[in-house]
Design a protein. Structure first.
Length: 181
């Protein structure tokens, strides 16, 4: 009689046959555990966060502060063709007003006939009528003038008449040098 157990390596069922019967079951159990784990991970990943970061409603406080009245200048963008521009030569050198009228006219500004200024000036300036500050600043930039050269239009501008003109450009020695005269 045989004294060894039936499933031992020395008798009974062979080890290869036993492993072959258990292998598909073991693979099925591993796949089943993997699928169950994936389902749990997806379920956890799609839940809303519970980290404690809760959005609190914003508290509102109304504070009234009286501010002193400050005069403001309102500017609006206006098409170049709708802005009337007068160029005046304040250098005493000829044809500068005509030159700069041509330069600005090529940019689409509505040019008036160039004139000579009533006085000579030490620097170029761009003067603007009410609501035309942005247009005057654009013209000054196009001519290479600094923002300080842009000033409100007053009766002291050295031209005979600025009535109905939106922007007056006074050509001084700085722009004369730039033009090469």
């Amino acid at each position: 009689m045989n004294s060894e157990p039936p499933n031992s390596d020395h008798g009974g069922l062979s080890g290869a046959r036993l492993s072959a019967g258990i292998a598909p079951v073991r693979a099925f159990v591993v796949v089943l555990i993997f699928v169950a784990g994936a389902v749990v991970m997806v379920g956890v990943g799609t839940r809303p966060s519970v980290s404690g970061d809760v959005a609190l409603p914003a508290s509102t406080t109304t504070t009234t502060v009286k501010q002193p009245a400050v005069p403001t200048t309102t500017t609006t963008t206006v098409a170049h063709a709708l802005v009337s521009v007068l160029v005046a030569n304040a250098t005493g050198k000829g044809l500068l007003a005509a030159h700069y009228s041509t330069v600005l006219g090529a940019q689409g500004w509505a040019m008036r006939t160039p004139v000579d200024a009533t006085t000579t000036e030490g620097a170029s300036a761009v003067y603007y009528a009410a609501g035309q500050q942005e247009s005057a600043a654009a013209i000054a930039t196009a001519l290479g003038l600094k923002p300080a050269a842009v000033q409100p239009l007053t009766a002291s501008v050295p031209v005979t008449s600025s009535s109905g003109i939106d922007v007056v450009v006074i050509i001084g020695p700085d722009l004369a040098a730039q033009a090469g005269t």
